[in-house]
Design a binder for this molecule. Structure first.
Ligand code: NAI
Length: 412
């Protein structure tokens, strides 16, 4: 029995899923590949990923391949009620609604695990963490896949501490995921979310980006293309140098605080922007976060400095400080690209979710023989997805001759 907001929204959700399907050729190819053999027949899969149209299509792909699927979201503000309705209408178990309280969100995740999955598709290691409280739900669990950088960090820590109890595939670390989803997906959709919610010009603005990793370097790349003056802050000396040589200014957040018009965090770290930074910011500075958790901009310290807070526009809260300056926090400090924007483009999630699907299949085929731990996506799966995408895009790829291969391998 699903727990959703309003089943009447199903027609709109179905249209949205239909739209993204046209731009996800890898998933379409996998659907065709496994339509007859149905490798997931009799397998229960629980999915906790941002519950919007692209995720819906992944869930339908798993179902078409034979699985029974239960879905929930991975952030209460990114859940789309029309998509929940569409999936429930199609007979799937859906536990999620937009704007769920922390307690409701946890209950939705718990219910989705009560399904006693054989495989989990996790985002931020939420399912894995919740299973500590409900070990009985893992009685038939073979393993799963993890979608994002922050989830991988949590799983690594668990593997080291010996508290990871099943094999998990590091989907995030596949080339077909982080080179495109983190860099180009986040790079574009963060600006989609910021521009939609503020309706401000980016050209000529000073944009401060915390981090120069996969996501943040993509955000910086697009910021430069939009005509911004970009400042990068980093804690890694190599990344800081890379940012400088890519044409960005590099400095500490303490120095950047008074220069920025727009601040964006995407580090996976906490307290990247804190009270002493807010205290130095310009009137009407915009703050946005693209990291997985809403801990990068310290909201508690911002609230403590403010004399009042008001919603100035959808997705924009204005915090008025004692001296009258207003600091604007976008999307309540949660993933701005998914909360205020449309999330990653469908063509990008096509790659990430093809890796998710094949990663889940890898666990299904091999999980019983794999020890608990975090595993890389096998190279052949990564290459398979890249080649499907190249073909779908009509792009040619040269092939090495035997002589060339031998030369590259050093036997000449
Ligand atoms: P990454 O590890 O490639 O990059 C993070 C960078 O931040 C590193 O270069 C690191 O040195 C730097 N950093 C860490 N602490 C810092 C601090 N206090 N100040 C300045 N720089 C700092 O990680 P990636 O893949 O870019 O992911 C970053 C975050 O974004 C993670 O939380 C991840 O889960 C999330 N993510 C969000 C997506 C979205 O759609 N918004 C998509 C993919 C990942």
């Amino acid at each position: 029995m699903s727990a959703i907001r309003d089943i009447a929204l199903a027609p709109l959700g179905l249209k949205r899923i239909e739209w993204v399907r046209d731009f996800m050729p890898c998933l379409e190819e996998l659907r065709r590949r496994y339509a007859q053999t149905k490798p997931f027949q009799g397998v229960r899969v629980s999915v906790a990923v941002h519950l919007e149209a692209k995720t819906a299509y992944l869930s339908l792909l798993l179902r078409d391949a034979g699985a029974q699927v239960a879905v929930t979201g991975s952030n209460p503000l990114s859940t789309k009620d029309d998509i929940c309705a569409a999936l429930a209408y199609l007979g799937m178990e859906v536990n999620a609604w937009h704007g769920a309280t922390a307690q409701e969100y946890r209950e939705h995740q718990r219910k989705t695990l009560e399904f006693r999955p054989h495989i989990i598709i996790d985002d931020g290691a939420d399912f894995i963490s919740l299973l500590d409280s409900y070990p009985e739900y893992a009685s038939e669990l073979i393993g799963g896949c993890e979608e994002t950088t922050t989830g991988i960090a949590r799983l690594h820590a668990r593997a080291e501490a010996g508290t990871l109890r099943v094999p998990m595939m590091a989907v995030n670390d596949a080339n077909c995921k982080r080179l495109f989803d983190n860099r180009h997906g986040t790079g574009q959709s963060v600006w989609d979310g910021i521009m939609y919610s503020t309706n401000n010009i980016v050209a000529g603005k000073t944009v401060v980006i915390a981090g120069y990793g996969y996501c943040s370097s993509g955000i910086a790349l697009r910021a430069r293309g939009l005509g911004a003056n970009v400042i990068v802050t980093e804690v890694d000396p190599f990344k800081a140098l890379e940012a400088a040589m890519d044409g960005n200014r590099v400095m500490t957040m303490d120095d950047a605080a008074e220069l920025g018009d727009i601040f964006i965090t995407a580090t996976g770290c906490k307290d990247v922007i804190v009270g002493r930074h807010f205290a130095r910011m310009k009137h009407n500075a915009m703050l946005a976060n693209a990291g997985h958790f809403d801990v990068e901009i310290n909201k508690r310290e911002l609230r403590a400095l403010a004399v009042s807070v008001e919603e100035r526009k959808p997705f924009v809260d204005g915090y008025t400080l004692e001296d009258g300056r207003v600091i604007n926090l976008l999307s309540d400090g949660r993933l701005v690209n998914i909360v205020a924007g449309n999330g990653h483009p469908a063509e990008i999630m096509d790659l990430s979710f093809a890796i998710q699907f094949l990663g889940a299949k890898h666990i299904l085929d091999n999980g019983a023989d794999m020890a608990a731990g975090l595993y890389p996506i096998p190279e052949e799966i990564d290459r398979d997805v890249a080649c499907i995408k190249l073909r779908a895009m009509g792009l040619g790829l040269d092939e090495l001759t035997d002589e060339q291969r031998a030369y590259l391998e050093g036997s000449f």
